[in-house]
Ligand binder design. Structure first.
Ligand code: THU
Length: 160
């Protein structure tokens, strides 16, 4: 028998400690929560991502009366960016969530399905995607999606 441990590392910042470009991306994610369509959960999420060519795409979660048909903000943003610029890597994504009249004190982290979708883009372009998770009290910076999804299923898994 062999025991293995997988570690995830991330850094915690205050808003003021971040670079201006990270601050701008977080502000875009925060703006997006106002555009969420979340009548069922009341949980408003904004995601903003930056491409290597400087383009920025931002989106919000889009819910549906048939609940599973809705989509998280991260996937709306990522699929749209990849559809518009299929040749350009994504370098950073910022995520903010707002509920019951306030932004979250501590950041939320992307759901499992979003992690899988973000990972595909990271692998596809062989370029780390920095993840900024916004909370009013702390901001997490994770250096790539692999940190969020260790032991993942990926393209090479299909090779057998
Ligand atoms: N949601 C996101 O948009 N992103 C996340 O990271 C977590 C959850 C959405 C899905 C649903 O519309 C609502 O938040 C509650 O789960």
């Amino acid at each position: 028998m062999q025991k293995k441990t997988v570690e995830t590392s991330y850094t915690i910042y205050n808003f003021d400690e971040l670079t201006v470009s990270y601050q701008n991306l977080i502000n875009k994610a925060k703006e997006q929560v106002t555009k969420a369509y979340a009548p069922y959960s009341g949980f408003h999420v904004g995601a903003a991502l930056e491409l290597e060519n400087g383009e920025v795409f931002a989106a919000s979660n889009q819910e549906n009366s048939a609940y599973p048909s809705g989509l998280c903000a991260e996937r709306v943003a990522m699929f749209f960016a990849n559809a518009q610029f299929p040749e350009v890597p994504v370098i950073t994504i910022a995520i903010a969530a707002f509920t019951k009249g306030n932004f979250m004190l501590e950041p939320i982290t992307p759901c499992g399905s979003c992690r899988q979708v973000l990972l595909e883009t990271e692998m596809r372009f062989e370029k780390d995607i920095n993840i900024l998770l916004y909370g009013t009290q702390s901001i997490f910076l994770i250096k790539n999606v692999k940190q969020l999804l260790p032991l993942c299923f990926e393209k090479s898994s299909l090779q057998g």
